[in-house]
Design a protein around this ligand. Structure first.
Ligand code: FAD
Ligand code: NAI
Length: 464
């Protein structure tokens, strides 16, 4: 039997890779993780989930104080000012603490961090910064990076991608966001709250691809009410920059007269693509699918024996918690256990205000598949939301008309990201809407809206 340096070598230390490495080590496997960044944690901790949520949180508090939204509660602020440098500094502190936390966990679990970019030499050998490393199993967890827009140059000054948008040193006067997806709406919200005029240019006729149709329509109204301009069914045909001023040329997606928008910041957020360049996959004969991703089976095995793949570089939702769950599963599979991820029950959350969350099927997809019943409950009828003056949004539950099994849950609410966990658990256990309707929920809580939406599926909500 070949003598390998490690039982498991993970390439990439994002939420997928670092979790896979830790679980592999917990299972007694000799584990290393190659990461080319200066810090561990991948996109999510360094330039994704964590810094964006830090700015979303801080900008929300700023808007509440500055905009006088707290006056109705008897809390008056005068002379509220923005110290953007401090806001960035606090964000950087959170990132440092969390990436350092992963480094601590690597040490605690005896995972070796190989610093540098990994490239395959064969299916059991990689080169990391000039060092040859062998492993019985290699997990590709290289994640994803920003999808470029042809003809638009990101200079990270006037034209930024999500990484640049987290570091803008001065609040722009006018930010044009190209792409009304998750990144565009989250980071557009940050800069709007801090004082920028924000125009979102979206190619299709709705924001938020992949979300339930009603949720997409209703949240578009809320974003407009907040002052965001949404230019739907519109495409960007070019961006030029002179002296820090961008001229963005747009035209109807279906063709027609073009117009120009002038902006001092442009955010390109049209999606992400798998990181596979430089891995030398040719050396192991691993081909990519049409979307440039690595295909695996449900155990996360690729077509090449001993090579596995997880996270953003494989098909499916590009989400940190999906990558993490796949990290646990792949390590357990390598150790001979049965690691499974139910790809049908992965919640998605947009951390705007209100938050937008969903799990399972959209109403459209469910209707295409089978006969359904839908129950809805607005937060305007939820006592806690009313008390908190926080009534935007609703809960919508989609259930199979014959079996009553819950197929999808969609929530728009200040607490949607937290509330959706209840729906995910219910669906994971195969709950019916009746199960949720007859589960006692604490009063007064936003969660009661989930129970009432389930009662509405049954045709018997109490409070509406
Ligand atoms: P990544 O986190 O991308 O990590 C891959 C790592 O591999 C990187 O550190 C990279 O340097 C390294 N690497 C790549 N190639 C090599 C190589 N050859 N050798 C060595 N190392 C290599 N998701 C959520 O669930 N919630 C959120 O709130 C959220 N917010 C986001 C906000 C932004 C602005 C962005 C951009 C993304 C956000 N995401 C969010 C998505 C989330 O960041 C990703 O889904 C997640 O990071 C994917 O994890 P991963 O481990 O697959 O890859
Ligand atoms: P996205 O796929 O969510 O949205 C991209 C949008 O750009 C789509 O609506 C698309 O129609 C539009 N678009 C594409 N080409 C265009 C063009 N030429 N002109 C105008 N619009 C165009 O991608 P996004 O926002 O870049 O985010 C990437 C991924 O990162 C997300 O899909 C998600 O997986 C992850 N992410 C998750 C977060 C979360 O969980 N809260 C936060 C941020 C990112």
């Amino acid at each position: 039997m070949a003598d390998y340096d490690y039982d498991v070598l993970v390439i990439g230390a994002g939420p997928g890779g670092y979790v896979a490495a830790i679980r592999a080590a917990q299972l007694g496997l000799r584990t290393a993780c190659a990461e080319s960044r200066e810090t561990l944690g991948g996109t999510c901790l360094n330039v994704g989930c964590i810094p964006s949520k830090a700015l979303l949180h801080a900008s929300e508090i700023y808007e509440e104080a500055k905009g006088g939204h707290l006056t109705k509660f008897g809390i008056d602020f005068q002379g509220v000012t923005l110290n953007l440098d401090q806001m960035h500094a606090e964000k950087a502190k959170a990132v440092k603490e969390l990436t350092g936390g992963v480094e601590f966990l690597f040490k605690k679990n005896k995972v070796t961090w190989l610093k540098g970019k990994a490239a395959f030499q064969d299916a059991h050998t990689v080169d990391v910064a000039g060092q040859k490393v062998t492993a019985k199993n290699i997990v590709i967890a290289t994640g994803s990076s920003v999808m470029p827009l042809p003809g638009v140059t990101v200079d990270q000054k006037t034209v930024v991608d999500s990484t640049g948008a987290l570091e803008i040193p001065k609040v722009p006067e006018h930010m044009v966001v190209i792409g009304g997806g998750v990144i565009g709406l989250e980071l557009g919200s940050v800069w709007r709250r801090l004082g920028a005029k924000v125009t979102v240019v979206e190619f299709v006729d709705q924001i938020l691809p992949g979300f339930d149709g009603e949720v997409r329509r209703e949240t578009a109204k809320l974003f407009k009410k907040q002052g965001m301009e949404l230019k739907l069914s519109t495409k960007v045909t070019g961006v030029t920059v002179a002296d820090g001023v961008a001229t963005v040329t747009v035209e109807p997606a279906a063709g027609g007269a073009s117009e120009t928008l002038t902006a001092d910041a442009v955010l390109v957020s049209i999606g992400r693509k798998a990181n596979v360049d430089g891995l030398n996959l040719e050396a192991i004969g691993l081909e990519l699918n049409k979307r440039g991703q690595i295909e695996t089976d449900h155990s996360f095995r690729t077509k090449v024996d001993g090579v596995w793949a997880i996270g953003d570089c494989i098909p499916g939702l590009m989400l940190a918690h999906k990558a993490e769950d796949e990290g646990v599963a792949v390590a357990e599979n390598i150790a001979g256990q049965t690691g499974i991820v139910n790809e049908d029950v992965i919640p998605s959350v947009v951390y705007t205000m209100p938050e937008i969350a969903g799990v399972g099927l959209t109403e459209e997809a469910a209707r295409d598949k089978t006969e359904i019943k839908v129950g809805k409950f607005p937060f305007a009828a939820n006592s806690r939301a009313k008390t908190n003056r926080d009534t935007d949004g609703f809960v919508k539950i989609i259930a199979d008309a014959k079996t009553d099994r819950v197929l999808g849950v969609w929530i728009v609410s200040s607490l949607a990201g937290t509330l959706i966990a209840e729906a995910a658990i219910a669906m994971e256990f195969g709950a019916t809407s009746e199960d949720i309707a007859y589960t006692c929920h604490a009063h007064p809580t936003h969660a009661e809206a989930i129970k009432e939406a389930a009662m509405a599926v049954q045709g018997k909500p109490i409070h509406i």
